[in-house]
Design a protein around this ligand. Sequence first.
Ligand code: DAT
Ligand code: MG
Length: 139
Amino acid sequence: DMSNRTFTMIKPDAMKNGHAGAILDRFIKEGFRVVALKQTKLSEEKAGEFYAIHRERPFYGELVSFMSSGVIVAAILEKANAVADFRTLIGATDPAKAAEGTIRKQFANSVGENAVHGSDSDENAAIEGAFFFSGLEQY
Ligand code: DAT
Ligand code: MG
């Protein structure tokens, strides 16, 4: 499919390591237009809600605790074929398995602390974007 928007977060590890600027620069250089952007912090409750699909997984507690451990940058990005192209740009969930040239290969430390989020479907991109941004914050 060729829907044109995806949702991303720069995760607490990348924020703490000072990579936010380089990662945003990469998004833009790869042809994604910023539709909405903010720095924010997830409470444990909000992180749990965002990742509710993973609540039965063994890593859920660790994931919720990590994602609420510091500030994040949330963004909606626009480009033709946004969801699939962005997943290619960020690389595999485990940075040890991520391809050369991907954002996770360059900036992530571990499968749990992997620098960036990217929506996995058009439907989830819309749900996740609306979780962080009102219509009046999207341009
Ligand atoms: P992705 O973020 O690539 O879509 P996912 O949806 O399978 O990956 O998992 C969501 C997040 O959960 C992932 O970015 C990091 C964490 N996670 C996934 N698998 C994990 C594991 N085996 N151990 C620890 N954390 C994990
Ligand atoms: Mg996922």
